[in-house]
Design a protein around this ligand. Structure first.
Ligand code: MSP
Length: 509
């Protein structure tokens, strides 16, 4: 059994969860659930990034203390993750004492191992509160940060603790040369290689004026107590989380899942910090693409918004999870639209998987008194073997959309097999009883495989199908080897309520 410690980015606690947050958490959840299914010992960490200027400003605007705001927001995020069925094992908040202490310990490790890696320096530059980072000239267009054009850049002049990132130039070059799999997808890797080519500059590790953060463990030479720069506080959560007593994770992480906009922090600054502190690097970083609304980047400030709760209420949490993973490739960008949601729901869930399950189970009830006959259908056995193999390879390779497509391929094959065999005709001829057993048995075997393959993305619906197939226990706790040997003969089926009810939810005008 391999250990699989998976993390996501921790979300800024300055507003409600949005589609982008949901996309990332669902994607990571699908990976975590898949890994559990294939027998890994998984630990899944998510959480909130609660310090920094952005959070403090929002709190001030809302007349709340930063802690009161983050308590409120953290509760709203957790409520959303419950609705969406995110199966995290741990939820970290950067305002927790254990985390703050851990950050200070990490900084102390750096001071002890490489005392020169921190030094004091006066600095002036454009600070983007949206990114919580200083911006280079190339990242500024018309006086605004390219990622946050609705925010005003702040001109900041202060004397801070600096981290000698430039010292890790060669270390990082070697990391990317020696471990081509360290960062995926490939396109992101090229972006970081480009950055390294330009040469790394040292970065500020503390903020002077700003106090909503973890106290930097050492005062400056003039005795000022500064707070740790928010990224120096946030990145270590993946490590501090493992040090909480009783958790089942251990450093290093096998996979950090983050969005493409924060690749640089995870693939340049974080490895350098770890190396400087003498800690192991994570095995892999995956920087997924962005999901847009009608082709536009959305945010409160840009005025383009989708109420997550509306999308979930309209179609249900599982179809919403399905949509995100089926529609938006895990490595590139994608789009949300109601029209496309309805289209996929109808074609692939209601008419595809849902219709297949209800037809097969109804026929087993009608023609075999609800007991799955023993028998296999050669074409479906082959298609099933292929689908299961492809699915596993793609999921292991983090091609989540491809994994679902492999499962959907088996749905189509099974629906075709019904057309082809016309079981209703076979049922009329007593001499064809053996043939009918083969068809129904083969179809039920395909459904067993489908319940297993769909369980990471649609855990509730997959369980309904599993139970309807007369299978005991939880589909998600079933050994994956069952997908290769989907024995089901003799099980007593029941018809599910309608996995994906129709008429489909209306398309919003
Ligand atoms: N707090 C930092 C991360 C610190 S990790 C040590 C942060 N927070 S965030 O709330 O702005 O974003 C959280 C995650 O959501 C990031 O991985 C980000 O890339 C992702 N997304 C934000 N908008 C997104 C989309 N529109 N689409 C997909 N993911 C996006 O960054």
């Amino acid at each position: 059994m391999s250990r699989f410690y998976i993390t996501t980015a921790i979300d800024y606690a300055n507003g409600d969860p949005h589609l982008g947050h949901a996309y990332e958490k669902v994607g990571a959840d699908v990976i975590a659930r898949w890994r559990r299914l294939r027998g890994d010992q998984v630990w899944f960490l998510i959480g909130m990034d609660e310090h920094g200027q952005k959070v403090a400003q929002t709190a001030a605007d809302r007349g709340l203390s930063p802690q009161a705001l983050t308590d409120l927001v953290a509760e709203r995020f957790q409520a959303m993750w419950r609705i969406l069925g995110i199966s995290h094992d741990q939820f970290i908040r950067t305002t927790a004492e254990a985390h703050k202490k851990g950050v200070q310990e990490l900084i102390e490790l750096i001071f002890q191992r490489n005392p020169d890696d921190f030094y004091e320096k006066s600095y002036a530059g454009n600070y983007c509160v949206g990114c919580e980072s200083f911006k280079a000239e190339a990242e500024i267009v018309d006086g605004k940060c390219v990622l946050h054009p609705t925010r005003t850049l702040e001109w900041v002049e202060e004397r801070n603790w600096f981290f000698r990132l430039s010292r890790y130039q060669q270390f990082l070059e070697k990391l990317f040369a020696d471990r081509p799999d360290f960062l995926g997808p490939e396109s992101r890797r090229n972006e970081i290689l480009g950055l390294l080519k330009e040469g790394l500059e040292d970065i500020s590790a503390s903020r002077s004026r700003f106090s909503w953060g973890v106290p930097f463990p050492r005062p400056t030479s003039d005795g000022e107590q500064q707070s740790t720069y928010v990224w120096f506080d946030a990145l270590p959560n993946y490590w501090t989380g493992t040090r909480v007593p009783g958790v089942g994770s251990a450093w290093p992480a096998q996979l950090h899942v983050v969005g493409k906009d924060i690749t640089r922090f995870h693939c340049v600054i974080w490895p350098a910090m770890l190396e400087s502190a003498g800690l192991q690097l994570p095995e892999k970083v995956w920087a997924h693409g962005f999901i847009y609304l009608g082709g536009e980047r959305f945010s409160k400030s840009a005025g383009v918004k989708l109420e997550l709760s509306e999308a979930i209420e309209r179609f249900g949490p599982d179809p919403f999870r399905f949509y995100l993973i089926r529609e938006v490739p895990w490595e590139t960008d994608g789009n949300f639209s109601w029209e496309r949601f309805a289209e996929l729901y109808n074609a692939e869930l209601a008419n595809g998987l849902g219709n297949l399950a209800s037809r097969v189970l109804a026929m087993v009830e009608k023609y075999r008194e609800g007991v799955v006959p023993s028998g296999t259908l050669a074409t479906l056995e082959d298609a099933g073997d292929r689908a299961v193999e492809q699915y596993a390879a793609r999921m292991d390779g983090l091609d989540l959309k491809g994994g679902i497509e492999a499962a959907l391929g088996l749905v189509s094959e099974a629906n075709l097999a019904i057309q082809h065999a016309a079981p209703w005709a076979l049922a009329k001829d007593p001499a064809k009883g053996g043939e009918l057993d083969q068809v129904l048995g083969g179809l039920c075997r395909a459904l067993v495989r489908l319940a297993l393959m769909f369980s990471p993305v649609m855990p509730v619906k997959a369980q309904e199908l599993w139970t309807a197939l007369g299978q005991a226990g939880e589909v998600s706790k079933t050994p994956w080897s069952r997908a290769a040997a989907p024995e089901v003969a003799g099980s007593r089926v029941t018809k599910p309520e309608g996995l994906f009810p129709r008429p489909e939810p209306g398309v919003k005008s």
